[in-house]
Design a protein around this ligand. Structure first.
Ligand code: PLP
Length: 430
């Protein structure tokens, strides 16, 4: 009898196939990875109507082309002394310039990280370390969990956190920001654009307020970068976070802008990488990819903003015409051109997601399933939506690779799904 470890790949495939609820098995036999087994049948991306670009984006082919040699050929450790490594260092420096151009800052102000979450955590850490006497932090009620959770951690460690609310359109009051800042405020963290609703905050004005009060400002610009123009030579803030996978670079790379006049304390310590600001051997291929993605995003920004806005506006108009009792969350506030968060009466978004998934439409819910119960999104709750409204909201986010066909398909299928769900809802039965 063979022990578990002796099982052949074919045995494993059979087991996985049996477990797979669709009963389809798949073995990848190309290249070196002959024995890689994926536990589920893979759905080809060309079968998918992908309307979830705020969750992640497809890698741009130009980005993939640019990074490929750094995976295949130029694998040297950028810190090594020989010329083979110097060319990798050069490529990283070029990427730094490209990211700096997207953000309108100096290349020396860019620190590469592993993701937006790391960038946010690094900004928090640095701001607190440089102002140890300050035990108060200001943030908003609609931040991504990559800011919310670190802020909650601070509360556990004795900091006081002021969380500023928003109005029913998702707007932030500048007066509330000014009033929240105190002499003992260590830093303020306000996102540039919201990942769920696309609502854009007036970071330029918030930066002025923070500057007048002499308090560092961090902004989570993970959703804003590449979608709206950013010029940090004109907006005086201390830290800004971005993430590669939201702008058509791969997952696992991000960057933190650190104003050159700011004092800085690294979160990751060890080697002297990134000019002593982020230890750890650089993820060279992904950094090169992020650089290229930034370059492409900057070049395409005005044209794409208009094109994507047209897609999104057409989608919203047609959807609302075909679907009674639905409305756009954040309508009335300045919004990212690509994001559409829609509240539908009498549906559960998780059920809608499942039905849309069956139709190969990818989008997101305004709720999260936690331990079997649906929790309304904190963003929509902060905008005053009651639980049922937040739980009846869906987010559609468009991007570079969407076209009219995707929108037409969504306009045909989404109202049908909503209609079916409503027909099943207790309100309809009554
Ligand atoms: N901040 C915002 C606004 C986001 O939307 C996300 C990802 O969804 C993050 C931070 C986290 O970025 P990453 O996935 O690169 O850690």
């Amino acid at each position: 009898m063979r022990c578990r470890e002796d099982k052949t790949t074919d045995d494993k495939i059979s087991e996985i196939s049996a477990a797979d609820d669709r009963g389809i098995r798949r073995r990848f036999t190309s290249g070196h990875d002959r024995d890689t087994v994926y536990p589920r049948s893979m759905i080809a991306s060309d079968k998918i109507t992908y309307l979830d670009n705020n969750a992640t984006t497809a890698i741009d082919p130009a980005v993939l082309e640019t990074m490929r040699p750094f995976l295949e050929k130029y694998f040297a450790n950028p810190s090594s002394g020989y010329r083979f490594a110097a060319q990798v260092r050069d490529a990283i420096e070029q990427a730094r310039e490209q990211v700096a151009a997207l953000l309108g800052c100096e290349p020396g102000e860019i620190v590469f990280t592993s993701c937006g979450t790391e960038s946010n955590n690094t900004a928090f850490h640095s701001a607190l370390e440089t102002r140890p006497e300050c035990k108060h932090v200001v943030t908003t009620a609609v931040e991504h969990s990559a800011v919310r959770k670190p802020a909650q951690e601070l509360e556990r460690h004795g900091y006081e956190v002021t969380v500023i609310g928003v109005d029913k359109s998702g707007r932030l009051s500048l007066r509330a920001v000014a009033d929240a800042i105190r002499p003992d405020t260590a830093f303020v963290s306000v996102m540039w654009a919201n990942n769920e609703t696309g609502v854009i905050f007036p970071i330029e004005e918030i930066a002025e307020i923070a500057r007048d009060k002499n308090v560092p400002l961090h902004t989570d610009a993970v959703q804003a970068a590449g979608k709206i123009p950013i010029n940090l030579r004109e907006v005086r803030l201390q830290f800004l976070s971005i993430s590669g996978h939201k702008l058509h670079a791969p997952k696992g790379v991000g960057a933190l802008y650190v104003n050159r006049r700011s004092r800085f304390h690294p979160l990751l310590v060890g080697g002297s990488h990134e000019n002593n600001r982020r230890a750890g051997t650089e993820n060279a291929a992904s950094i090169v990819a992020l650089g290229k993605a930034a370059e492409v995003a900057l070049a395409k920004l005005p044209e794409e903003q208009t094109r994507v806005r047209n897609l999104r506006d057409h989608f919203e108009k047609a959807l609302l015409e075909k679907t009674p009792n639905a409305r756009v969350n954040g309508a009335g506030a300045p919004r990212l051109a690509n994001t559409s968060s829609i509240m539908f009466d009498e549906i559960e978004s998780e059920a809608a997601l499942m039905m849309l998934d069956q139709e190969n439409i990818c989008c997101s819910a305004g709720s999260a399933c936690r331990t079997g119960s649906l929790q309304a999104s904190h963003v929509l709750s902060a905008m005053g939506l009651v639980n049922e409204q937040a739980r009846g909201s869906l987010r559609f986010s468009f991007g570079r690779f969407n076209d009219d066909k995707d929108v037409d398909r969504a306009i045909e299928i989404v109202p049908r799904v909503i209609g079916k769900l409503r027909a099943l809802s207790p309100a309809a039965v009554r």
